[in-house]
Design a protein around this ligand. Structure first.
Ligand code: SF4
Ligand code: SF4
Length: 503
């Protein structure tokens, strides 16, 4: 253990204590900063690399999420001839969205609303159970910042080397490293902005058009916009986004309760803290040796020993750092741990901690998820392949023809959502038997013989004239039900009225 303590002391000097001429600022905790005068400039955070379980989980999440983002536009999905074969796409020109086998039209935007509601309740549930799981592992700001920090470490070295480099005078080596780092950051930012527009068109075509300069100005604008925002947010702003720009940390405080798991310093076990000397026993003192490794690895530069803080994104890297320290000094792990407030209290009193995932708030979130998810699934399973819209011509309430009959005009829009052309049969309920019907440009046809063609995945529009002998009009207004039946037997209806003169 003595050897381990020597090593830790050396590391603490190298990583935490300032090198000659280097300010202490980078290791100052937020609490220390709060005690400064009213205004203080930004203190750069130089997170140290760490190994451990949570770091591995974060790498896996980062790899999976970036792979999904960059590869998804290249996944193909066969929708039949004439239809786009990109699995996930927002077709702005065609005004619809594709998600594998699901196609969403603008009038079905409620599915998007349902998805957003489900995402919100999913986030509420994850937060109530696991604290800032989203912020620490899956938020794009965290994922891209992690990637940028990895690049930074590869080029400029770990924490101590980066602090030294930033404090050193400018010379060729420093310029070379800074250029390499910012060049790599810009390349990642460009790949990020470039990948974004692949979701708004057929990815191979979009890529060729962008590279050969044939893409639209809008495409280049959005590539520029996302390149800039990625570079600034992940490279420059970093933890400032989480602390000052993002509203989520402020909201999620309301979602926490006594049983929410959060990254927590087990104060009851760690205090009184202090450096430990060779051979010193841990009797009558806490397990925290005040090595500040947990502060050194923190991407937001805080000291978790100060308690739960808004700046803590729940990444759990301080858990890994402290576990390494505990291993080296031969003390039990999890001085900093994913734990709930209730369990910290239970442990402090020597009681057995227990996990309580089923609580009133989690049950409500699960129920809300199940209800919205069920409604969405039912809506998707039962939604028709056809939409019918009828608009009665309002420019004239009705027209009286030379033979005394009364005519109304209707615009019939049949929306064929299938990927095959369809021939629909039109019928109208509520008309007297003597009524005459005809599509503009055709001869009068009896109901049941009127066919309306619609191209695959398109809306067909027809003007329909309906004439009723005046003596057949029982009232000034007849309730009608228009119905179209597809070749595969699906019938959709739309209610409207037929207007005539007052009797
Ligand atoms: S909590 Fe752990 S890592 Fe942090 S100062 Fe104490 S012993 Fe070191
Ligand atoms: S205190 Fe720990 S969990 Fe919170 S942001 Fe810092 S390293 Fe991550």
């Amino acid at each position: 253990m003595a050897h381990a303590l020597d090593e830790l002391a050396r590391e603490a000097r190298a990583e935490v204590e300032p090198a000659p001429g280097v300010s202490r600022e980078p290791v100052a905790s937020r609490q220390e900063q709060k005690e400064s005068p009213l205004y203080q400039g930004r203190v750069w955070v130089y997170p140290k690399a760490v190994r451990g379980t949570f770091r591995r989980v974060k790498w896996a999440a980062l790899a999976a999420l970036l792979a999904i983002y960059w590869l998804l536009p290249w996944v193909r999905w066969d929708r039949g001839p004439g239809a786009p074969d990109q699995a996930v796409m927002i077709d702005m020109a065609g005004r619809r969205g594709y998600w594998f086998g699901i196609e969403i039209w603008p009038q079905e935007v409620y599915f998007l609303t349902g998805l957003l509601i489900m995402a919100a309740f999913g986030l509420f549930l994850a937060t109530a159970l696991f604290g800032r799981l989203w912020c620490g592992f899956a938020c794009p700001q965290t994922v891209w910042t992690d990637l940028y920090m990895w690049v930074e470490r590869r080029i400029e070295g770990d924490r101590a080397a980066r602090i030294r480099l930033d404090k050193s005078r400018w010379n060729a080596a420093k310029v070379r490293k800074k250029l390499a780092k910012h060049g790599a950051w810009l390349a990642i930012a460009l790949a990020t902005g470039g990948a974004w527009i692949l979701y708004f068109g057929n990815a191979p075509d979009v890529l060729v058009n962008v590279v050969t300069g044939q893409a639209s100005l809008t495409a280049y604008f959005f590539i520029g916009l996302f390149t800039t925002t990625t570079y600034v947010l992940a490279g420059v702003a970093r933890e400032q986004v989480c602390t000052y720009m993002c509203p989520w940390p402020r909201i999620q405080g309301a979602l926490f309760d006594q049983d929410t798991l959060a990254v927590t310093y087990e104060r009851w076990r760690g205090e009184p803290r202090g450096p430990v000397r060779k051979g010193q026993s841990f009797e009558e003192r806490g397990d925290c040796i005040d090595c500040k490794q947990c502060v050194a690895v923190c991407p937001t530069g805080i000291d978790i020993r100060d308690g739960l803080q808004l700046e803590c994104i729940g990444c759990a890297l301080c858990v890994d750092a402290c576990n390494q320290v505990m291993d080296r000094i031969g003390r039990p792990r999890n001085l900093i741990a994913y734990d709930s407030a209730r369990n910290v209290q239970a442990r402090a009193q020597g009681e057995t901690p227990r996990v309580r995932p089923l609580r009133a708030r989690t049950a409500i979130y699960v129920a809300a998820l199940a209800i919205v998810g069920g409604l969405m699934t039912y809506g998707l399973m039962t939604r028709s392949q056809t939409d019918l819209t009828i608009q009665r011509d309002r420019s004239a309430l009705f027209i009286t023809l030379a033979d005394g009959s009364v005519r109304n005009t209707y615009t019939v829009k049949v929306h064929n959502k299938t990927f095959d052309p369809q021939l629909y049969t039109l019928d109208i309920e509520g008309l007297p038997a003597a009524a005459e019907t005809w599509v503009v440009g055709r001869s009068p046809e009896p109901l049941g013989d009127i066919r309306l063609a619609a191209e695959a995945d398109a809306v067909a529009e027809y003007t329909l004239l309906v004439a009723v002998p005046r003596q057949e009009l029982a009232s000034a207004s007849l309730d009608l039900e228009f119905a179209v039946t597809s070749e595969f037997g699906e019938t959709v209806t739309h209610d409207t009225v037929f207007r005539g003169p007052e009797r």
